[in-house]
Structure formats: C-alpha cells, structure tokens
Design a protein around this ligand. Structure first.
Ligand SMILES: Nc1ncnc2c1ncn2[C@@H]1O[C@H](COP(=O)(O)OP(=O)(O)OP(=O)(O)O)[C@@H](O)[C@H]1O
Ligand SMILES: [Mg+2]
Length: 234
C-alpha cells in the first residue's frame, strides 16, 4: 500500500498545483511511481459539453499517470467557488467516503499519491465538512504551500497552528513565489516566518517565468531528500 501526501495552501493561487506537479515530476525522475488526485475541482471550463478539471489534467500529465481522470478528480464542478458552494449550485452532494475510496484505490497502484486541496485547509466541502475532515479521513500528512509575498506570516502560522490544533500531521511548508517583482522586505519577512514556524521549512521556490518553469531550479529550491525522509520514503 502506497503513501499519501495532502497538499494544501494558505490561499487559492499560491502554487499548490505548481508545487505538486513539480514534486510529481521530480519524483518520477527518481523512479518513484507517483499518483495524483485533485478530488474536487471548481471553476472547470465546459468544452464540447464536458467539464475539464485543469489542475487534475495538469497533475496527471506531470505524474505520467494512466489513471482515469474520473479517479483523479471525483468532482469536477463548473462554478468558480468553494467546493460546497459549487456543489450546491450543481445539485451535487460531495461524499468524502467516495473520495477516500478512490484514494485507497490509487494507493494500491502507486508508491505515493499527492492529493491537492482547493484554496486553504478550512475551505468547506459540504455543509458540515471541510478539508481538515478529508485529511483526517485519508490519514495522510499535510504539506502547506505558502506564498512569499507580504501577509504570508499570518496566513502560514494560522494554517499550521490550526492543523496542529486538530492534530493533523504537518510534514512541512514550502514557500512559493507565484508572482514576480518581490517586495524588498520579502527576504526579512521569510526569515521572521522561519523563526516562528513549528514545522520544517522545506523550500523557497522563486518566481520562474512561464516559459521556463525550470525543474532544476525547483529542485535546487526544495529539500526533496528531507521531504522523502519525513514521509518514510527516503
Ligand atoms: N514559482 C512560480 N513561478 C512562476 N509561476 C508560478 C509559480 N508558482 C505558481 N505559478 C503560477 O501561478 C499560478 C497559480 O498557481 P497554481 O495554479 O499552482 O495555484 P493553486 O494554489 O494550485 O491555485 P488553486 O487554489 O486555484 O488550485 C499558475 O499560473 C502557476 O503556473
Ligand atoms: Mg490548483
């Protein structure tokens, strides 16, 4: 049975898909068999009458996964909103047990399955459940992707503290730069975050212009060996 890693963020657009895709590619290069899941994706464009979960499609490609897209993304929803809201609008009931069953299937096929959330960890999946409930159900550690820009200390510490409060295992934090032009204070800000963080800081990925989402630069910015050791895969 393979292992799992839940990838959450401090917000939407911080680079969860980018980091998960880079991890999948880097692990593939190291001969790991990696599975991926974006169990609920909202804001899916409709093309030729079908909804296209773009994060799920991106992750599938990066992992080189042959798994059916429906196993990777159990719920593709059209409205660009939190999953519970988009599901209500579509008349769909999100079933966490169904997601967990798909996850267990993927774990029988892969050494490590990366599961991407949506937005942050408290984003609602149903009227009563949010992503912390899903993480508990899947029994997997959490990697937090934070953005490097101003505001990140508060967002990151809140995410890590709340997950710790709920006794969810945090494997570490990756600080990512989804936008260019860093503020002059960014470096000092990150230093202040690192001092306060009660979880391993596993990397700081710089802004990589679209044309060159250069994997070797991501690799240099991430402590992949430490992550693997923390996941007992080292
Ligand atoms: N380090 C980086 N350098 C350059 N562009 C980046 C970097 N990280 C992310 N991006 C870009 O920023 C945008 C947002 O990233 P991404 O889609 O990974 O965020 P997300 O957290 O997965 O968002 P969502 O909550 O919608 O799933 C994407 O266009 C992505 O290619
Ligand atoms: Mg994403």
């Amino acid at each position: 049975m393979g292992k799992g890693l839940f990838i959450t963020g401090t917000d939407t657009g911080v680079g969860k898909t980018f980091v998960a895709g880079a991890l999948a590619s880097l692990l593939r290069i190291r001969q790991f068999d990696v599975g991926v899941m974006k169990p609920v994706e909202t804001g899916c464009p409709r093309l030729d009458g079908r909804l296209h979960p773009q994060d799920a499609i991106y992750l599938k490609e990066k992992a080189g996964s042959d798994d059916p897209l429906d196993d990777i993304c159990s719920y593709a929803l059209e409205m660009a909103a939190a999953p519970s809201v988009a599901a209500d609008a579509a008349g769909v009931a999100i079933d966490l047990d169904r997601i967990a069953a798909r996850f267990r299937d993927l774990c029988t096929r892969h050494q490590l399955t990366l599961v991407e959330g949506a937005g942050g960890i408290l984003v609602p999946l149903t009227d009563t459940a949010d992503y912390t409930d899903l993480v508990r159900k899947l029994h997997i550690p959490v990697l937090v992707v934070a953005r490097a820009s101003l505001g990140t200390i508060n967002h990151t510490l809140l995410t890590v503290h709340w997950a710790s409060h709920l006794k969810l295992p945090i494997v570490g934090v990756v600080v990512n730069s989804p936008a260019g032009s860093p503020a002059p204070s960014e470096q000092a800000n990150l230093h202040a975050l690192a001092k306060r963080l009660q979880a391993p800081l596993l990397g700081c990925i710089p802004y990589l212009p679209e044309a060159s989402h250069d994997l070797s630069l991501v690799e240099k910015s991430l402590d992949l060996n430490r992550l693997l050791a923390l996941l007992d895969l080292g």
